[in-house]
Design a protein around this ligand. Structure first.
Ligand code: F6P
Length: 554
């Protein structure tokens, strides 16, 4: 038994090192045995494989039979999870212990979706009660905007809502707005500004009447350069048209810092708070979701939270072998560390989920792109893969070629729904046929004999052979609803958690993004100043700055 800390999970230094865990060693030997096994043979030898290697929870169905695994692989992966302290780490997160070790913080996005009336006391405070107080304030504000009761400075109804934020303060809101657009109030134009590139703000405000426009300045820290620069420019845009005292009617803030919000000039009564135990990339269901709530209304937002919570409960309680996020997380470790796969494709066959892959990039890569363990030792295995993707079927006509016939194995998650929100003729069945066809083609490919049997000229048989043995997860659900979106996002959140726990890393800090920010702050004055600056960077950076200054002066 490993020693426990007062955070309720194994003391980082006492955990058996990853590569010495018996399950890891067993998986290494097992991988040598099955690495070359082909999915064609695995299916041929086991006629019920497709019926067995699947799991269902809260209306999400996961078919993982087309992965390069056997029952033995899954058994060993579950053992690895157990030997990595996953159970106690889950319990520690749900108990509000400080599992974000490098920032000494609890990790409690799961509290954001606990039902009213439940309770989670952390450091003497019932955080669930606080969450529901903020939700109630958000709800009444969203309703006032939606009913036209919250008016702009001149008394005009708000027609445009612009969320200004970046990273977790943007990607979640944009993704959720796009995902739930079907349920949104179409009389409101929702826009999102993230990039410090002025084009983003200029295009977002183009043609809009400031008197009808509400800005939500979303920033956990309220100090992020991009967001604060955009917020000031947005403020100028409003003030130029409507005067200084219009700010209160056209700006609200979402942040953890009341002090900075007030310093910006937004009254704290127009601020919606959250807490340092919500990581930016885990914040779309906190007040950062205010734009989502305005778009779809408080009831739909509550349905989304219920979806998150349903998956949280599944993750917290289901045995690992039937636990969707655990299965997906362990498969991700299997491919990353034993097959050396560097990327994972996520392809939603649902147009409304077009921003889901971009959202997942921050969730997965900012969380698990780490090179040291919780104790600061170099991590002994490769960590987070690169996540990427596009909606199907579009990707099939651009990059799928490489997934099918390239020289590298890319595990793919295919996400489909049985019903369209916009049924039109045969579109939806034709779309869905591609989900199943891609999974089948990737797994089984086409042999040289099959190509020849089609009458192919011998000279092009090699080009037409499809190796197959390309792994997929197929995730299937009935229809995209707010509840379903919540379950889907929580599925990936907890898959990330599972992977991070096995690797023994802190999935909740992001120190790697700091250095670039600091350097940009040093370089900015050297681009802005009129006089030629004294430069003492490396010779490449010096030259680039000089070239930039020459080009901008021409
Ligand atoms: O730079 C990365 C990051 O800190 C993300 O983790 C975060 O989601 C984003 O910036 C925005 O931060 P904030 O909400 O504090 O503006």
């Amino acid at each position: 038994m490993n020693a426990m800390t007062d955070t309720g999970h194994e003391a980082p230094g006492t955990m058996t090192p990853l590569v010495q865990r018996p399950a890891w060693e067993a998986l290494r030997a097992h991988h040598a045995d099955i690495a070359s096994a082909h999915l064609r043979d695995l299916f041929a030898a086991d006629l019920t494989r497709g019926e067995r290697l699947r799991a269902e929870a809260v209306g999400l169905h996961l078919d993982y039979s087309k992965n390069r695994v056997t029952d033995e692989t899954m058994r060993l992966l579950v053992e690895l999870a157990e030997q990595s302290g996953l159970r106690s780490h889950i319990d520690a997160m749900f108990a509000g212990r400080h599992i974000n070790i490098s920032e000494d913080r609890a990790v409690l996005h799961v509290a954001l979706r606990m039902p009213a009336g439940s309770s989670l006391v952390v450091d003497g405070t019932d955080v669930v009660a606080e969450v529901h107080q903020v939700l109630a304030r958000m709800g009444s504000f969203a309703d006032r905007v939606r009913r036209g009761e919250w008016t702009g400075h001149t008394g005009k109804r708000i027609r445009n809502v612009i969320n200004v934020g970046i990273g977790g303060s943007d990607l979640g809101p944009v993704m959720a707005y796009e995902a739930l657009r079907h349920y949104s109030d179409r009389s409101l134009a929702m826009r999102f500004v993230s990039n410090i590139d002025s084009t983003d703000l200029v295009e977002a405000t183009r043609g809009l009447d400031p008197a009808e426009t509400l800005f939500i300045i979303s920033s956990k820290t309220f100090s992020t350069l991009e967001t604060m620069t955009n917020a000031h420019s947005a403020r100028d845009w409003v003030v130029r048209a409507l005067g200084e005292d219009s700010v209160a009617s056209h700006f609200v803030a979402v942040s953890t810092s009341a002090e900075r919000v007030e310093a910006f000039g937004i009254d704290s009564s127009n601020m919606f708070g959250f807490w340092d135990w919500v990581g930016g990339r885990y914040s779309m269901d906190s007040a950062i979701g205010l734009s989502t709530m305005i778009a779809v209304g408080p009831e739909r937002f509550a349905e989304m939270l219920a979806g998150f919570h349903a998956m949280d409960e599944h993750f917290r309680t289901a045995p690992f072998g039937q636990n969707l996020p655990v299965i997906m997380g362990l498969l991700a470790v299997w491919y990353r560390d034993f097959f050396g796969c560097q990327t994972v494709g996520v392809m939603p066959y649902e147009q409304y989920l077009k921003r889901f892959p971009a959202y997942l990039q921050q969730l997965t890569m900012e969380s698990n792109g780490k090179h040291v363990t919780l104790t600061g030792e170099p991590v002994q295995a490769d960590t987070g893969a690169v996540y990427w993707g596009e909606p199907g079927t579009n990707g099939q006509h651009s990059f799928y070629q490489l997934i099918h016939q390239g020289t590298t194995v890319i595990p793919v998650d295919l996400i489909g729904f049985a019903k369209s929100l916009n049924p039109l003729g045969e579109h939806h069945d034709l779309l869905s046929s591609n989900v199943f066809a891609q999974a089948k083609a990737l797994a089984f490919g086409k042999t040289a004999d099959e190509v020849r049997a089609e009458g192919s000229a011998e000279a092009v048989v090699p080009q037409r052979v499809m190796e197959g043995n390309r792994p997929t997860n197929v995730i299937l659900a009935e229809v995209l609803t707010p509840f379903r979106l919540g379950t889907l996002v929580a599925l990936y959140e907890h898959s990330v958690f599972t992977q991070g726990t096995v690797w023994g890393i802190d999935s909740f800090d992001q120190w790697g993004v700091e250095l670039g920010k600091v350097l940009a702050k040093q370089i900015a004055p050297q681009l802005l100043c009129a006089e030629e600056p004294q430069l003492d960077h490396d010779s490449s950076t010096n030259e680039l700055i000089r070239l930039y200054r020459r080009l901008k002066d021409t």
